[in-house]
Every structure is written in structure tokens, then in C-alpha cells.
Design a protein around this ligand. Structure first.
Ligand code: ADP
Length: 480
């Protein structure tokens, strides 16, 4: 299965939410448009009916204004009446335009047939009132007019009824459309909310539980419970973080192990020569060594053991200085051939029985180096070659140079080093067991120091080896 990284998941979730929000906005706008359109349609459907109702109201006003004029003889009612007549004329024209019903038009025609007679009677009533005609004359005219008014209003009521009936079905369908659109919007919102919920839950599941596990891991780390750390089987950032925390824990554990290992080695290594010093001096103090030559031998042995002790302490101090970064190179132009010769001569007394040292001192190979530190490097490699080469073996040292660098090769015919042990050779306190290592002492610091010092010079040390055939250690450093 494809694994999304947390960053991708969050981006995907944000994009989904934005898209969902857009879809919601779009769909809401669409629904709103449907509802607005339906409302407009509703107005159109009811327009003819509204017009008929308005016409009826105008006619009613004409009738009332005529009544008021008769009663009060105030010209203002005549003005009103004339205005109502104009309005009703407009309303009739509008109704003709708006209606789609034949029956309405028939009723309107019937209405308009009696209209001139109604108008005439209205005008006569007004003239009679103005001329102060007898009330009997006016009553007579009003009775004639009332009959026509009743007829006119009946036609109008018929029109309203026709229009109401015909618009009812259309109105119901519009209402249905509106409620359907509302229902769809609700359903849509619920679906969107569910999708958003699923996305949110997916995001939650991918982040929160692993974060909890990481918190537990961090707490375990804090309490030094390094072995109990879990891993998260994930390929995203949290998985990487968990792996990093695991690596950190392993590194802390390794450093811890190295520390314990170092204390064990250092105390063991220091204890062996210290015991020898004590034993040798004890033999003299307790008077066991009587002969002068025995005493001398014991004192010399004690002295040598003490020197060995100091050498170990020196190694440890060198390592500490390198780690603290306080070591300084005192460089000068040095004849490398001579430097190597001195190292060989110093250590020649430690060769095993039958071991042959082959060295052809070159002439004129010089380099800008710290002589003491380089001697330490060559000395370490040379003493290792002697330590890990059995009796009768050969150790060959060569010094060569090219334009920019000098190489010192220490070649032995010793026990060699297995391929799988190569990577740890130069690590601090790293000893590799071989059939000779138990017999010879060592702190596992020598090669570490050689590499660090060679690198301080801008060079490096390399090894090639064949088990049971021998090893070649090569220090290469720049001439300048
Ligand atoms: P030490 O010799 O004190 O153990 P070093 O750092 O000098 O420490 O060497 C590390 C390991 O490398 C040794 O324990 C040894 O197993 C291996 N080694 C070093 N030099 C040689 C060599 N010339 N031949 C075979 N093994 C060697």
C-alpha cells in the first residue's frame, strides 16, 4: 500500500476541506437560485389574480366615492372617482395582458359591455347632485346604477375565482420545487459533513495515535529505559522520527557500553602492569631476591611495567585531548625516512624470535609534520605488526612519495584481519580478537589514535588484509 507522509496527508486534508467548502458554497448558491427563480415564477403566476383583485378594489373605490359625493357633495370625491376610473382602465389592460384564461377574457368582455352604461349613469348622478336635483331623481338613477355595479362586481369575482383556480396547480408545483431544493440542500450538507468527518478522522488516526506512541517513547528515553523502545511501522515523518529516536537510544546505549567497556579495559590494562610493579618490588622488599643480579632484574621488570602503565595512561590522555579538540600540531620539515628508522630502532628490541624487519631508508623524502605525533602513528602500526605477526614472520616498511604526499606502508605476514572486522578497527576502544591478541596487551586505542592524528595532518590511514596471510597499513599525509 502506498504510504502518504504526514505533510502530504495534512495538505491533502486541507485541499479536501477547501474543495468541500467550495462545493458547499457552489451548491448553496445553486439552491438559492432555484428558490429565487421559483419565487419569481410564483409572482408571475399570481400576477393576473393580483391584477383582478386590484381591479375589484378600484371598482369598489369608484362606488364608495360616488356614494360619498351624493352624501356630502364634496368635489374631492369626484376627483378621486375619476382617478379610480383611470386606474381601473389601466388595470383592465394589464389583466388582458397577464391572463392566460379564455374564461377571464370572456368575463372581462362582459364587464366592459356594461361599462359605458355604468359610466353614463355615474356621470348623470354627479350632474344631478351638482344641479341639486330632487332626491327621488337621484335615488332613481342610483338604483339603476347599483344593478349594473352588482353585475360588474360579479364579473370581477368570477375572474378572481377563475384565476385562483388556474394558478393553484402551478403554485403547488412551484412550492414543491422549493421544498425539494431545500431537502436536497440538507441532504447534500449531511453528505459533505460526513465526508469532512471521514477526512478529519483519517487525519486524526494518522497523527494522534502515533504521536501518543512517540510521547511514550520519549518518556521511556527520559527514564533511561532504552531497551524498551518500540518502533512505529510507518514510512512517514513520524516513522522516521521514531526510527531516529531508536537510533538515538541505541547510540546512547552504545556510548554507555563503550564507557563501561573502557572502564573495564582501562582498569584491567592498568591493573596488569601495576600488579607486576608491586610483585617485583615485593620480592625485593621481602628479601626473596637475595642475589644482586636478581634484585636488579626485578627492579628493571618493575620499571618496565611502570613504563607500560604510563604508556597506557598517555594513550588515554591523547584520546581525551583529541576528543576535547585541544591537541595542537607542532609542524616542522622532517625527513620521513629518518623518522621511520628511529621508530624501528627504538622498537627493534621487542621483536619476537625470528621476526625479520625489512626497511630500506629512502633519501630526501621530507614533509611538514609534527614529528612526535607521526612517530606515534608509525610506532603504533609497527608495534601492532610485531604483536600480530607470529615468530619468524616478516615486517616490511616502505616510505614512498609522489608530488604532493608521502606514504608509509607497514606490511606484515601476520594473522590478518577478517573482512567483517575491518569497519570497527579504527573505532575507539575497539579490540578485535585473533589467535595472538589474548597473549598481547592492548586498549583498542592505537588505531583510533593513528587515524585521528593522520587526519589532523590532513591525511588518513588505510588497511588491506588477508586473514592468515598478513596486513598492510598505509598512512598517507600531504607533504605541506
Ligand atoms: P590494540 O592493539 O591495543 O588492541 P589497536 O587499535 O592498535 O588496539 O588495534 C585494534 C585491533 O586491530 C587489534 O585488537 C587487532 O585485533 C587489530 N590489528 C591491529 N593491527 C593489526 C595487524 N597488523 N594485524 C592483525 N590485526 C591487527
Amino acid at each position: 500500500m502506498k504510504t502518504f507522509s504526514i505533510a502530504k496527508k495534512v495538505t491533502l486534508a486541507i485541499v479536501s476541506f477547501v474543495v468541500l467548502a467550495g462545493v458547499v458554497a457552489g451548491y448553496s448558491a445553486y439552491t438559492l437560485r432555484i428558490i429565487n427563480q421559483a419565487n419569481i415564477e410564483r409572482d408571475e403566476i399570481t400576477a393576473a389574480r393580483t391584477s383582478a383583485t386590484n381591479l375589484d378594489i378600484d371598482v369598489l373605490r369608484i362606488i364608495i366615492n360616488l356614494q360619498y359625493f351624493v352624501a356630502e357633495k364634496n368635489e374631492i370625491y369626484v376627483d378621486e372617482l375619476l382617478a379610480n376610473r383611470r386606474a381601473s382602465q389601466l388595470q383592465r389592460a394589464q389583466l388582458r395582458d397577464l391572463t392566460t384564461n379564455e374564461a377571464t377574457l370572456q368575463q372581462l368582455d362582459a364587464y366592459e359591455t356594461i361599462l359605458p352604461e355604468r359610466v353614463r349613469l355615474g356621470d348623470e348622478i354627479i350632474a344631478a347632485v351638482r344641479a341639486n336635483a330632487s332626491s327621488a331623481t337621484i335615488t332613481q338613477l342610483r338604483n339603476e346604477r347599483r344593478i349594473l355595479d352588482d353585475k360588474a362586481r360579479e364579473y370581477l369575482r368570477n375572474i378572481i375565482e377563475i384565476e385562483e383556480r388556474s394558478s393553484a396547480t402551478a403554485l403547488a408545483s412551484v412550492s414543491n420545487r422549493i421544498s425539494e431544493a431545500r431537502g436536497n440542500l440538507l441532504l447534500f450538507m449531511i453528505t459533505i459533513a460526513m465526508i469532512a468527518g471521514v477526512v478529519a478522522y483519517w487525519l486524526y488516526r494518522s497523527i494522534v495515535p502515533p504521536l501518543r506512541s512517540l510521547t511514550v517513547m520519549a518518556e521511556q528515553l527520559e527514564h533511561g529505559n532504552l531497551a524498551a523502545l518500540n518502533t512505529l511501522d510507518r514510512k512517514d515523518e513520524l516513522g522516521v522520527l521514531a526510527t531516529t529516536m531508536n537510533d538515538m537510544a541505541r547510540e546512547i546505549q552504545r556510548t554507555d557500553d563503550i564507557k563501561s567497556h573502557f572502564i573495564a579495559i582501562a582498569s584491567h590494562q592498568l591493573r596488569t602492569p601495576a600488579t607486576a610493579v608491586k610483585q617485583n618490588l615485593g620480592l625485593i622488599i621481602e628479601g626473596i631476591a637475595e642475589k644482586e643480579e636478581d634484585k636488579e632484574r626485578f627492579i628493571r621488570d618493575a620499571y618496565e611495567s611502570n613504563e607500560y602503565q604510563l604508556a597506557i595512561i598517555d594513550d588515554i590522555l591523547q584520546v581525551a585531548r583529541i576528543e576535547a579538540g585541544t591537541i595542537k600540531l607542532m609542524k616542522a620539515r622532517v625527513d620521513i625516512g629518518e623518522l621511520v628508522e628511529k621508530v624501528i630502532n627504538e622498537q627493534r628490541p621487542s621483536t619476537k624470535a625470528g621476526q625479520t624487519i625489512v626497511y630500506e631508508k629512502p633519501i630526501g623524502i621530507t614533509a611538514q609534520v609534527d614529528a612526535t605525533k607521526l612517530r606515534m602513528c608509525v610506532g603504533n602500526l609497527f608495534s601492532n605488526a610485531m604483536k600480530y605477526t607470529p615468530e619468524n614472520g616478516t615486517i616490511t616498511i616502505t616510505v614512498t612519495s609522489d608530488q604532493s604526499s608521502v606514504s608509509i606502508d607497514v606490511i606484515d605476514t601476520g594473522v590478518g584481519i577478517a573482512r567483517e572486522d575491518m569497519p570497527k578497527l579504527f573505532a575507539k576502544f575497539s579490540r578485535v580478537d585473533n589467535r595472538l591478541s589474548a597473549a598481547v596487551g592492548g586498549t583498542g586505542l592505537g588505531l583510533y589514535l593513528v587515524r585521528q592524528l593522520a587526519r589532523l595532518h590532513g591525511g588518513d590511514v588505510k588497511v588491506e588484509s588477508t586473514p592468515e596471510h598478513g596486513s598492510t597499513f598505509i598512512i598517507k599525509i600531504p607533504k605541506e
